[in-house]
Design a protein around this ligand. Structure first.
Ligand SMILES: CCCCC/C=C\C/C=C\C/C=C\CCC(=O)SCCNC(=O)CCNC(=O)[C@H](O)C(C)(C)COP(=O)(O)OP(=O)(O)OC[C@H]1O[C@@H](n2cnc3c(N)ncnc32)[C@H](O)[C@@H]1OP(=O)(O)O
Ligand code: FAD
Length: 636
């Protein structure tokens, strides 16, 4: 029945202050206020409806996305929302669109790599959306290997301009989000050539389309690369293809510096290339920035799937009826708990590692401005490794949540298939996860060679086993005289172990902070122990081989896990309520707040276009002749 909370009995079991946990999840009372207000604003506005996406054609879907993006911008302007509120609104609109890359990469690239002059020229236009940008780095032939990019930018000292060109088919820009049909400008990465000499890959701001009639400019060929995985999903985004034919790009300016003129690589009017001695990888700065935002995104996506699966697991009953009484809630099965609760713990773990990574990125950015590159390698390794670890775990976790919901998890109305389809490219974009782990492995090899076996001492006591595991995995690999390439598959395992050590240690450090609210810290301690012991159980071969745990320890850890699951069980619904997601944002009948699943599933079924007629189109043409044997049947 509408209005009845079918999960009230679960919510009454909670042993902690849910409102206080909501603040912990949001990060601060202010952050909670903004999230709560904006999520309700979006949920209550029919202009942001999203429950019909799976029934639209690609063109209808895309036009609807443009409508929503324009409507969101009008809402932001009319309500005079702050940058923080506007970002939250785009988040809760929950539709991959060109705005993601305009705000998520194009603007950060100009802020992070543009000179003061370039920022003054381009940022006001971008903030007012008088230009729409994309980040055009990947090409048809190269994505991971940035140094393999083929697009050229040749400086013409006669005209004081750059000529941007796609010399080969494989140099076509391919994948940039927003590029296909919307972006008017791109930050295009190209090989800088000055005076016949090549100076590696640099970023250029290039105008692609007329600001008058949106037609591609002379020398620009641009379009969409076609349908992607899943039906609605990421097909709201116009990932594009772009070719330059000797574009005399009067607007392009070679990105001349990182942060505040820290790294000045200039091309003078006389055609001289000047670069000071800062790491050339600073040109990758935008990717490092985005990778740390992707870690925070992982906690959002995983928590969303876990919220759906947890609420449905409490609603769903199957088997176990005693004397005609109610069947057993599937959330009470130990197998369901052993699959679901580690994902619940991971969602919280990724939330806190995302907070720490945001601090690490801000710290390294501040150091760069002071010409201090000392923590850049660690920042790169951490952002790369944690992006890889959290997105892989989240993509796998969303699929596990779909399976935890049985058959109904496969319905679009569960919200899980689309969430999976939208999320999984995160394992590829912003750096293929294996390629990024190889960067971490390279960092570990260098660290081991510099520090000897002790990779790092500054870790909480509870992580000794985790630290020993990483050192053991590295020693086993570094000890043998074989090349990096030969050992790369093993080194990637050590890289994963290193990242897991970071997540566990930062979760433990989080618990050392002052955390207000009745029972809140205790619940987080349970989740931290679940995260740490679940991984120890999953990788117990590594831990046993280090000798720092014995088979008896491994068995005790497993017993402790079961006990921890029992401690979470009465609090599970409250722990997912703490994410404070609206039903609109969840987009899931199985995960609806009131747990009134069956009537909503049944009602939703009849809204499918196929049910607009009781006799389907095609019956008279194809089925009736079949049934009436009017088609000559093959001789049996
Ligand atoms: C739900 C809807 C979406 C939500 C949207 C929200 C926001 C939008 C954001 C994301 C989603 C949408 C789109 C994604 C956009 C993209 O995908 S943009 C393109 C991303 N592409 C990549 O990530 C490419 C990956 N490849 C690389 O980063 C590099 O090629 C490499 C693998 C790092 C290798 O680089 P290379 O220059 O060859 O260096 P090498 O391996 O030789 O290393 C040399 C030294 O440099 C150090 N180093 C490498 N990278 C960095 C770095 N970034 N920072 C600092 N240092 C770096 C490396 O460690 C080596 O150091 P040594 O001391 O010499 O060992
Ligand atoms: C949805 C989506 C949105 C995107 N948006 C953008 C965007 O806005 N802008 C942009 O510039 N790009 C974008 N991209 C492109 C994305 O950044 C690249 O696809 C990504 O960096 C991976 O590169 P690749 O496609 O070349 O993969 P490849 O590197 O070709 O990967 C193929 C396989 O090769 C393996 N491999 C590659 N190199 C090595 C190695 N050295 N050692 C071991 N294994 C290796 C990989 O692990 C993988 O298994 C997007 C991609 C997607 C899917």
């Amino acid at each position: 029945m509408e209005g009845v909370d079918h999960l009230a009995h679960e919510r009454n079991k909670s042993e902690f202050d849910v409102d206080a946990m909501k603040i912990v999840w949001a990060g601060s009372p202010h952050a909670f206020d903004v999230s709560d207000r904006i999520s309700k604003l979006v949920a209550s506005d029919p202009g942001f409806r999203k429950d019909n996406r799976s029934t639209l054609s690609r063109k209808e879907l895309f036009k609807n996305t443009l409508r929503k993006a324009a409507y969101a911008w009008k809402t932001i302007v009319d309500l005079r929302l702050s940058e923080e509120e506007a970002a939250k609104l785009r988040f809760y609109v929950d539709e991959p669109a060109f705005t993601d890359l305009h705000w998520g990469m194009f603007i950060p690239a100009i802020k992070g790599q543009g000179t003061e002059e370039q920022q003054q020229k381009w940022l006001p236009l971008a903030y007012k959306m008088q230009i729409i940008g994309c980040y055009a780095q990947t090409e048809l032939g190269h994505g991971s290997n940035v140094q393999g990019l083929e697009t050229t930018a040749t400086f013409d000292s006669q005209t004081d301009e750059f000529i941007i060109h796609s010399p080969t088919l494989t140099s076509s820009k391919w994948w940039p989000g927003g590029l296909g049909k919307v972006a008017t400008h791109a930050i295009a990465y190209a090989r800088l050539i000055v005076g016949g000499r090549e100076h590696g890959v640099h970023g250029f701001i290039v105008q692609l389309r007329s600001l008058e009639d949106h037609s591609p400019l002379l020398g620009i060929t641009v379009g969409d690369i076609g349908m992607k995985f899943g039906n609605g999903a990421y097909n709201t985004m116009d990932n594009g293809v772009l070719q330059f034919d000797h574009v005399l790009d009067v607007y392009s300016i070679a990105f001349a510096s990182i942060a505040v003129m820290l790294w000045v690589s200039q091309v003078t009017c006389e055609g001289k290339y000047k670069q000071s001695d800062v790491p050339r990888q600073l040109v990758y700065g935008t990717m490092v920035y985005v990778r740390q935002t992707i870690v925070a995104d992982a906690s959002c996506a995983l928590s969303r799937a876990v919220c759906i699966a947890t609420r449905y697991s409490a609603v769903r009953r199957q088997f176990g009826s005693q004397n005609g009484g109610p069947e057993t809630q599937v959330i009470d099965y130990k197998t369901q708990q052993s699959r679901l609760f580690p994902l619940l713990a991971s969602a919280y773990a990724f939330r806190f590692i995302g907070e720490w990574l945001k601090w690490l990125y801000a710290d390294v950015t501040q150091r760069l401005q002071a010409n201090d590159f000392s923590t850049l390698p660690e920042a790169h390794a951490c952002t790369a490794g944690l992006k890889s670890l959290t997105t892989t775990a989240t993509a796998d976790g969303i699929e596990e949540c779909r399976k935890l919901c049985g058959g109904h998890g496969y319905l679009c109305s569960s919200g899980l298939p689309e969430l999976f389809a939208v999320y999984v490219p995160a394992c590829t974009y912003e750096g293929d996860n294996t390629v990024l782990l190889l960067q971490v492995a390279r960092f570990l090899m260098k660290t081991v060679s510099q520090l000897g076996s002790r990779l790092s001492s500054k870790k909480p006591v509870g992580t000794i086993a985790y630290m020993t595991r990483v050192e053991h995995l590295m020693q086993c690999r570094c000890g043998v005289q074989r090349g990096f390439a030969e050992l790369s598959a093993d080194l990637v395992e050590a890289a994963v172990a290193h990242c897991q050590l970071i997540v566990v240690s930062k979760f433990i450090e989080k618990l050392q902070q002052e955390i207000p609210g009745k029972g809140v810290k205790q619940q987080l301690e349970v989740l931290c122990n679940i995260y740490a012991l679940f991984l120890l159980h999953k990788h117990q071969g590594d831990f046993l081989s280090t000798g720092c745990i014995t088979p008896k320890h491994a068995a005790l850890a497993n017993d402790e896990l079961r006990s921890l699951y029992s401690q979470v069980r009465p609090n599970a619904i409250a722990l997912v309520d703490a994410f404070n997601y609206t039903d609109h944002y969840l987009g899931s009948i199985l995960g609806c707040y009131d747990g009134n699943v069956y009537p909503k599933l049944y009602e939703a079924a009849w809204k499918d276009p196929l049910n607009e007629s009781v006799v389907p189109d095609g019956y008279h043409l194809y089925i009736r002749p079949l049934l009436k044997q009017e088609i000559r049947t093959a001789r049996l």
